[in-house]
Write a protein that binds this ligand. Sequence first.
Ligand code: ZN
Length: 294
Amino acid sequence: MKLLNHAGRAVLQLGDHRLDVEVASDGRFGPDPQGVFTDWCAFTAWASTHRGGCHRPEALVTLDPALLGAPVPRPPQVFAVGLNYRSHAEETNLAPATVMPLTFTKFPSAITGPYTDLELTGDTVDWEIELVAVIGRAGFRIPAERAWEHVAGLTVGQDFSDRTVQMTGSPPQFSLGKSFPGFAPLGPALVTTQELADPDRLALRCTVNGEPVQTGSTVEMIHPVADLVSMLSRICALGPGDVIFTGTPEGVGMGRKPPRYLRPGDLVVSEIEGLGRIEQRCVEQGGARTGADT
Ligand code: ZN
């Protein structure tokens, strides 16, 4: 199944049907898209009963893409992993960590929906397409072989980064440089792993103004999703609705010679196989229109 945040309400997508979760469940779940993760097992059990159809007409939702917000709008914890693809580590001249991956956060105020304006905070804002895993079942010290049982689903994310802020100081400010408003768009949907032939092997592609800048597959991760869940949960208790940005493959602007960064008017499209695409239009600081993001 797929789960949408439509105008701030949880919407379940089953094939071509979209159901308002609160209406269809008689108030048992929803309307808050973040709230469905707190009782994820019960929610998925309920959702599976709707596969066959028999939807009340008042629960049906007509999709307006402009109203889509982040499927996980207020995660309690946001983990972001750096240097998780060897090719990207090489282009940044940084050595990937082997035991514990480089981990930082994107503060939750950076999260927006899938189709947004991105306010450029300077002249060194860069793109990083990333697979984002969402925790459904709480856990601590989760063994890797059981890690997928704790994942509610996957979505597409961008780890936009102001490289000047990120690299300022010693040690550098990874978390702040990646947490300006709008720097963590998510969407268009949360997709459960049952929808995917192989959740560990998803093609990903980022284009700027139609030109492919990043192409790869999540199979190239040094630490795949299950390893990340397991490793992070050795230290932090993971809870429902937490998200993990899993790193980016090669092709970011910083690694180019000369470096290339985003400019007003640029369109960044980030697409992952089976999950869909998100689109950000770059605008000058102060130039963003107000979106439907919640
Ligand atoms: Zn990143």
